[in-house]
Design a protein around this ligand. Structure first.
Ligand code: MV4
Length: 448
């Protein structure tokens, strides 16, 4: 096994990875910016290296600094966590060229999935159902008009290098197409330095359902069910749950096996997430993420599997201990993302944590890197913790979540904790009757 792994990340996910490494007897190296001198991941790791100033482009995103930290410490592998360099094919390639193992898929798979058009082509090859739309790039307005006529309005223009909704344009009819096409192109050019645009039928009220997959890189692959991530605000997930209250388990088994088949056929290595929109009992592939996701603990809860351990075993070449027959989900899990944010605008609320008390008891997991007296720095994203609950049924998970939110104390910064208490009182949420627009519509209603 690896003797030493460097974690190229910070916050709760750095702790998450360190925990599994410790249990596996692997030494850990933390990297940190000057704003993170007092961060918990630095204390929890066996060694640490300062890799630059607070600005993440000069520290957590600085490839030369992280490679240097690997060489100084003799790290054999890097776990990238999520965000930062986790889906950067260039980083994976440079690590490879330095003989350091990137804990994740191949350079090729990262770059293929990073281009949303290539990702769709790849998935279509393996019979994964995709949203009807253009066959690759839409080159000009005339072509756009023709494809829109064929698939029917409304259509959605997307940037090939996009994701996170940037540069997306909903087009209601022919009249708006030219203007919106040119706007989409120039926004994509500005944001991604790539103005490649493609088109899809716009789905009006889907759920966001994603399938967790794992491959050993040699053709063996499994899926670990779905996560319903429909509760989002401005493309930021707020709460995730599994199983989805809106999808029949038999449908999950079918789409899950379509996904694991695709992952096996492409010899994908490590953890991945295949994202779908789900509407009128149909799945439509939109994107694939090649990293471990923020919300992976809800999958761990119902499957009883340590996904980071699997990632490390696969990266070392030990193969996969998982087999589909032995993967039986149990109960229901929900994650709340606790952000240091002030409502209603969700504006960042960095500052001093005056008091922190984590909830506990059966079925509770709190992944967080904050502590009493910790200063939440203003330089990074506002996630300060994830509260995950697991119970035998959805209704028991809801009661447990409500109880855990009441126990949780975070003083000194504003947080999203009260938002969850309010969502838990909503009839639609209690019934599981929501889609990707529900939260934003509900928030808009709250201001009145
Ligand atoms: C869509 C869609 C409707 N139809 N594609 C938003 C971000 C990007 N990852 C994909 N997104 C969407 N793609 C088609 N063909 C609606 C969205 C979308 C969305 C998707 C998932 C979760 C929340 C969302 C919020 C707004 C729009």
């Amino acid at each position: 096994m690896f003797k030493k792994i460097l974690i190229a990340n910070r916050g709760e996910i750095a702790l998450r990875v360190i925990r599994t490494c410790k249990e596996m007897g692997i030494k850990t190296v933390a990297v940190y910016s000057q704003a993170d001198v007092d961060a918990m991941h630095v204390r929890m790791a066996d060694e640490s290296v300062c890799i630059g100033p607070a600005d993440s482009t000069k520290s957590y995103l600085s490839i030369p600094s992280i490679i240097s930290a690997c060489e100084i410490t003799g790290s054999e592998a890097v776990h990238p966590g999520y965000g930062f360099l986790s889906e950067n094919a260039n980083f994976a390639e440079i690590l490879r060229d330095h003989g350091i193992k990137f804990i994740g898929p191949s350079v090729n798979h990262i770059s293929t999935m990073g281009d949303k058009i290539n990702a769709k082509v790849q998935m279509e090859t393996f019979n994964v159902p995709c949203v009807p739309g253009s066959d690759g790039e839409v080159k000009n307005v005339n072509e756009a008009l023709m494809i829109a006529k064929k698939i029917g309005y409304p259509v959605l223009l997307k940037a090939a290098s996009g994701g996170g909704g940037i540069g997306m344009k909903i087009v209601p009819s022919d009249v708006q197409l030219e203007t919106l096409f040119l706007q989409a192109k120039s926004e994509a050019k500005k944001s991604f330095d790539d103005d490649t645009i493609y088109m899809e039928k716009y789905l009006e009220k889907p759920r966001h359902i994603e399938i967790q997959v794992f491959g050993d890189g040699n053709g063996k692959a499994v899926h670990l069910g779905e996560r319903d991530c429909s509760l989002q605000r401005r493309h930021q997930k707020v709460l995730e749950e599994t199983p989805s209250p809106g999808v029949d388990p038999e449908e999950i088994r079918k789409i899950g096996s379509v996904c694991s088949n695709a992952i096996g056929k492409m010899k994908y290595e490590g953890a991945g997430t295949i994202e779908f929109l789900y509407e009128n009992k149909e799945f439509f592939f939109i994107e694939m993420n090649t990293r471990l996701q923020v919300e992976h603990p809800i999958t761990e809860a119902i499957y009883g599997v340590d996904l980071v351990r699997e990632q490390i075993n696969i990266a070392f070449g030990m193969g996969m201990s998982l087999s589909q027959n032995n993967l039986n989900p149990k109960g229901h899990a929900i994650e709340c993302r606790i952000n240091a944010e002030r409502l209603p605008a969700f504006s960042p609320s960095p500052g001093n944590i005056k008091e922190f008390h984590s909830p506990g008891g059966i079925g509770i997991r709190m992944d967080s890197a904050i502590y009493n007296g910790f200063m939440v720095p203003p330089h990074y994203d506002s996630l300060i913790g994830k509260l995950i609950v697991h119970a035998d049924s959805r209704s028991m998970a809801l009661s447990r979540l409500s109880r855990a939110l009441d126990e949780l104390i975070i003083d000194g910064v504003d947080t999203t904790v009260d938002l969850f208490k309010r969502i838990l009182e909503e009839e639609d949420f209690i019934c599981g009757d929501y889609n990707i627009h529900w939260l934003e519509n509900w928030l808009a209603d709250q201001v009145q």
